[in-house]
Design a protein around this ligand. Sequence first.
Ligand code: AMP
Ligand code: ZN
Length: 136
Amino acid sequence: MLIIQCCKHKTVKNCIFCQIVKGKIPANFVYQDKDLVAFQDINPIAPVHILIIPRKHIVGIQTIQDKDQRILGKMLLVAKKLAEQNKLKGYKLVINCGKLGGQRVLHLHFHLVGGWKDLKKYHQWIEERFREGGVL
Ligand code: AMP
Ligand code: ZN
């Protein structure tokens, strides 16, 4: 898919998601507009696992400001649209906030995860993942 590059947004040199936004690291994009991109998670935990991120480098919910309100609202609307496109009847929107919240990539992202036939499978996966010391 064509990557629409957008130079007006502030990006950070050694941030992996800024590199994805700039097209310097490949990703499987499923949505793009002037403010946001969404792409498939490289290590999916569910049949559908999409990351929705702003083009602009925002560290996380822990650093958002009033001026980010429009973009944050848009991220939710895009999440809903992508859930509909993927015909998800139910799903989770997960936002890890800060290192102690399990956030490994310090560029704001929503995880849209779903597509399990049975929610029990998700719970089993979560248990295993945490037992192994992992995070979502
Ligand atoms: P978090 O732990 O909430 O910061 O989530 C970061 C997510 O980014 C993880 O689910 C990773 O699998 C995902 N991720 C890291 N690098 C890439 C990449 N190059 N392309 C797609 N997803 C990635
Ligand atoms: Zn970034």
